[in-house]
Design a protein around this ligand. Structure first.
Ligand code: FDA
Length: 322
């Protein structure tokens, strides 16, 4: 209750206050800010994925902005020799305005990334674009671009079927980030209780690993992380062990032995550092961009427990950092 109240109050505060609260979750408004965060977190043994903030757009000119900005990100990663890849929102590339042009934009980025042996992850947005997003990945693989994968959301009923069908289409080249799913989807297509979402996310992680896919385990939820560690043990997978699965793909640049853990910037740092210390590959999702305000508001609304973090930041400002 207290936490929800603090979040409700924060949502009514001026932008500078929201900026201060969100500084641990958002690198800043420019690429320079994201580079500075990567330089700082490199020493913790983390690798990264960069998200230029923004999603559904209203004109294709905006899509061109995202394409250009991601090329700048790619060049900065190469120049600084960061262990990093890209996370993009397909709708920011125009997928909902003009499917062909959206696909063309995404293909252009993935092609350029391929020349640097860099991976591109298509973040998963709401159910309006689930099928299209998966299809973009399959079409690009068919064109020989295997440095691309997407995200599957544990909460969606369709996810086990998607793991089956994508597995049939691209086999061991399948590379998923598996998370609970941030969008509150209707109960006709999604699980809605916390316990069901957790259980189905765990099942999706197991199933994707069983199918030989590369799996980015994207959760800060202790039971999900613990379950994943158990499943990895069962499959005899782990740090410093070559992926033992018969149906797994060849080792790839910038990837772990069949799996990695992924967490958002500023969330559960101690858990991430502990996993890194145990030898697991851990990737930090780093958002930056002019749209930091909208992103921060969404995070606050998504996770009312952040209220307690805000109170802590206020009382102990030195703790308010990634
Ligand atoms: P849960 O919500 O139960 O969180 C466990 C605990 O972690 C919370 O109690 C809190 O302490 C902390 N926590 C979690 N999220 C927090 C936050 N935002 N700020 C502060 N504390 C937080 N979703 C999607 O639909 N499409 C996508 O492409 C992605 N991509 C993605 C990438 C990465 C790297 C991560 C980690 C997550 C995503 N997500 C996503 C979001 C994901 O679907 C989910 O909404 C959040 O990760 C929260 O779920 P958890 O599994 O962390 O559990």
């Amino acid at each position: 209750m207290l936490s929800k109240l603090i979040v409700a109050m924060t949502l009514r505060m001026p932008r500078w206050f929201v900026r201060w609260v969100s500084r641990r979750y958002v690198a800043g408004s420019t690429l320079k800010d994201a580079v500075a965060v990567m330089k700082r977190l490199e020493s913790e043994g983390a690798c990264f994925t960069i998200d230029v903030l923004g999603e559904e757009i209203s004109s294709l000119d905006e899509a061109q902005f995202f394409l250009d900005e991601y090329v700048r990100v790619m060049n900065a990663i190469v120049e600084n020799k960061f262990d990093a890849n890209l996370s993009i929102k397909p709708t920011a590339f125009g997928l909902l305005i003009d499917k062909d042009k959206g696909m063309e934009n995404i293909e252009s980025l993935v092609r350029q990334a391929a020349t640097h042996d860099m991976f591109v992850r298509l973040d998963m947005e709401d159910h309006r674009v689930t099928t299209e997003t998966i299809q973009v990945v399959l079409d690009l693989h068919e064109k020989g671009l295997t440095n691309v994968g997407t995200v599957l959301q544990g909460r969606l009923h369709r996810t086990p079927d998607d793991i089956e069908s994508v597995g049939v289409a691209i086999g061991s080249n399948a590379d998923y980030r598996i998370c609970k799913g941030i969008y509150l989807e209707p109960e006709e297509i999604a699980y809605t209780s916390r316990s069901d979402i957790r259980e189905k996310t765990n099942e999706a992680i197991r199933k994707a690993l069983e199918h030989g896919a590369y799996v980015g385990i994207a959760s800060h939820d202790v039971p999900v992380v613990d379950y994943s560690l158990e499943v990895l043990k069962e499959f005899k997978m782990g740090p410093s062990i070559d992926d033992p699965r018969d149906n797994a793909g060849e080792p790839r640049n910038g990837k772990g032995p069949g799996y990695e853990f992924q967490m958002l910037l500023g969330v559960r740092g101690p858990m991430r550092r502990k996993l890194t210390k145990q030898g697991h590959r851990t990737r930090v999702y780093i958002p930056y961009g002019e749209k930091w305000y909208e992103y921060s508001i969404r995070r606050l609304q998504e996770n009312p427990t952040i209220g307690l973090q805000i109170a802590k930041a206020f009382l102990m400002p030195w703790t308010n950092r990634p």
